[in-house]
Design a protein around this ligand. Structure first.
Ligand SMILES: NC(=O)c1ccc[n+]([C@@H]2O[C@H](COP(=O)([O-])OP(=O)(O)OC[C@H]3O[C@@H](n4cnc5c(N)ncnc54)[C@H](O)[C@@H]3O)[C@@H](O)[C@H]2O)c1
Length: 354
């Protein structure tokens, strides 16, 4: 017989409520209780779900086997340790912790208490990312040399506790941990060098822009750029882009529901006779149009993913039917990368990593 996940959520704000909505759609899980220090959060809670204002009270519920932690970032360590000691399996929100030292402590306690432990890095199941990863994994561009992942916000918004460093605010902890995790999970290679520019463009205390170069042992230079202050009057509120380059083609992917194409040349153009073309930039030979028929386009590979697959994988793992996809040790490496990024940005120097 299939065992259900009996879930309690600690922190019933934006993400806690998003998790409740997701759990309602899963046939292998049910939500038994939620906890938030602010009882106003319980206004629309269905009656059969218990509500607590203290985490300890929720953790004392014997029927709960799995706890989702969705409190602000500076509280993750305390909650993970409490939950592990209460013998609950744990799904913690990202960023898992404020630093790598905290992650090590969490991993040690989860191992000691023999509880399952993972992190909600659901952006490993983003559609645009999986298209990029499929292109990379299948070697569709030959030998890859560059991957660029970019996200730009058009309105300058940063909200609530996200503007306070002591609460784990800033974009590196908010989106950075997703975007960098995507690159690390895509790249089966040691990360040799990190160079990062991290800035507070309009926020006094926390970063709202970063441009990070990650140079891997397999020769790929990955660039991750995010800005919240790329003001634009467009109807969209943001732009998401990927560019992948290899010696047999390029791929451009735009948007979270991606559009784009793979582009190749029918023959390599490495040493063709120069032909001068007049452009707006002036006369050019290298950047003029390719001869008729040389440029060939292909559709992006099809992938079928959604964020629920994070929970599908976690459930299959609890049933001994799958390997856990988001492993705490990978998130420790991610947090070490984040720390190296901050050092690189502070000193304007590249950092040797692995
Ligand atoms: N995976 C994702 O894509 C994603 C997206 C958004 C937020 N998050 C993460 O989810 C977490 C929560 O973010 P949010 O946007 O939902 O914040 P939020 O402010 O909307 O919700 C946090 C809730 O925690 C409650 N809380 C604070 N201290 C508490 C305590 N001691 N015990 C119980 N409840 C307490 C607050 O009252 C609030 O309701 C953060 O770690 C954030 O980074 C992840």
């Amino acid at each position: 017989m299939r065992k259900q996940l009996n879930i309690g959520i600690i922190g019933y704000g934006f993400m806690g409520q998003t998790h409740a909505d997701t759990i309602a759609q899963l046939d292998y899980a049910q939500l038994l209780a939620v906890c938030d220090i602010d009882p106003d959060r319980f206004k629309e809670l269905p009656q059969q779900i218990k509500a607590f204002t203290e985490a300890d009270a929720l953790l004392a519920e014997p029927a709960i086997d799995t706890v989702i932690i969705a409190v602000p970032n500076q509280l993750h360590l305390e909650m993970v340790l409490k939950a592990a000691r209460a013998k609950k399996d744990i799904i913690c929100e990202k960023p898992l912790a404020m630093n790598a030292k905290e992650v090590k402590e969490m991993i040690a306690v989860a191992e000691k208490e023999k509880v399952r432990f993972t992190v909600h890095q659901q952006r490993r199941w983003d559609h645009d990312y999986r298209v990029a990863k499929e292109i990379f994994d299948q070697g569709l561009l030959g030998t890859p040399y560059t991957v660029k992942s970019a996200l730009y916000g058009f309105n300058g918004n940063m909200h609530d506790w996200h503007i306070y460093p002591e609460m784990g605010g800033g974009m590196l902890y908010d989106w950075g941990v997703h975007l960098i995790d995507q690159i690390l999970w895509m790249m089966p290679a040691k990360l040799k060098t990190i160079y990062a520019d991290v800035r507070n463009v309009i926020n006094e205390q926390v970063d709202d822009y970063f441009n990070i170069q990650l140079y891997f042992e397999n020769g790929v230079n990955a660039q991750v750029e995010l800005g919240t202050y790329f003001l634009n009057s467009s109807e969209n509120w943001f732009e998401r882009h990927w560019f992948l380059g290899g010696n047999e083609g390029s791929a451009k992917i735009d948007g979270f529901y991606p559009r784009g194409e793979i582009t190749r040349t029918s023959e390599l153009l490495s040493n063709v006779p120069g032909k001068i073309t007049m452009t707006h930039a002036g006369p050019t030979r290298s950047f003029g149009p390719a001869p008729e028929g040389r440029i060939i386009t292909e559709a992006l590979p099809e992938v079928r993913v959604n964020h629920r697959m994070f929970f599908d994988n976690y459930y299959a793992y609890t049933q001994g039917q799958a390997e856990l996809i988001v492993k705490p040790t990978e998130i420790l490496r991610l947090m070490e990368v984040i720390e190296a990024i901050r050092i690189s940005a502070n000193y304007h120097q590249s950092i040797s990593f692995e």
